[in-house]
Design a protein around this ligand. Structure first.
Ligand SMILES: O=C(O)CCC(=O)C(=O)O
Ligand SMILES: [Fe+2]
Length: 263
């Protein structure tokens, strides 16, 4: 596969303007293992067994890391994503001019997702419904008969309506504390290698109210899925989430790339 030079050169602090708008380029620039061959994806059932038996830790702490994919499976996702398109909608920037962060962007992934990613999303959806179904509620604004209405969906419907995003950051990338306009549960599958592709870049949950306590949940390995509650903590505690500054790892180019589910 040809590797576009601009992507190899890509860096959040330099050359931001000069790069790509399609997933293949994003993905090629993602990971040292991106060009490895595909393996046969594990079944939905096999992926489901990699989740814990219950959601107690997620409900107590607000976030939970699951080693969902092994390195060969991460390479397969990257390989499959290299032929995937993003939605026609332009990626949303995170940068200081937008007031939401630095050196990063989100792009909607078109459906259907590549099969392994789709299975990851399906396994996470099934696990959330099985263990926290009544809590999976989402309110969305829709226009019906020319009037704006707020529609509440719960359980499977809420998760089915959601989007998958490709999120990427370069050197100096920051995602300020925020809440997304989606349901209570979200998930993030890391496709970069912590320590190699980047350091720093810790995901955190933060109290939305004083004293704004934050709790970091750093990824330890590529292929980890972070399930998190983007809104509601214990009792009445409201949460936001964000990501601390991405710093260089041992690789020449710094990047932190992930796929977000239920967004
Ligand atoms: O990249 C991160 O750690 C934050 C991602 C995020 O804001 C999201 O998945 O909604
Ligand atoms: Fe978010």
């Amino acid at each position: 596969m040809m590797v576009p030079q601009s992507c190899l050169m890509w860096d959040g602090k330099e050359g931001w303007e000069s790069v790509y708008r399609s997933v293949p380029d994003l993905v090629v620039a993602t990971c040292t293992a991106a060009l490895a061959a595909e393996i046969a994806p594990p079944s939905l059932k096999a992926l489901y067994t990699r989740f814990p038996d219950n959601a107690a830790d997620l409900l107590r702490d607000g976030a939970l890391l699951v080693q969902l994919l092994n390195p060969a499976e991460v390479s397969t996702v990257l390989h499959q994503l290299s032929t995937q398109k993003t939605d026609k909608k332009a990626p949303r920037r995170l940068d200081h001019s937008q007031g939401n962060g630095y050196a990063g962007e989100y792009a909607d992934l078109t459906k259907p997702l590549p099969d392994l990613l789709q299975r990851c999303q399906d396994a996470a959806r099934k696990w959330l419904i099985d263990h926290a179904g009544p809590l999976c509620e989402v309110k969305r604004k829709e226009t019906r008969g020319g009037t704006d209405v707020t529609v509440t969906m719960s359980g499977k419907d809420a998760l089915d309506k959601s989007k998958a995003l490709l999120l990427r950051y370069g050197l100096g990338g920051i995602n300020f504390a925020h809440r997304d306009s989606c349901g209570d549960f979200q998930a993030l599958l890391l496709l970069s290698q912590p320590g190699v592709d980047y350091t720093g870049g810790e995901f955190y949950l933060a109290d939305a109210n004083p004293p704004f306590e934050t709790q970091p949940f750093p990824f330890a390995a590529a292929g980890e899925l972070l399930l998190f509650r983007g809104r509601q903590g214990h009792g009445a505690v409201e949460w936001k989430h964000g990501m601390q500054e991405v710093k260089a790892g041992s690789a020449k180019v710094t990047r932190r790339v992930a796929v977000g589910f239920f967004q």
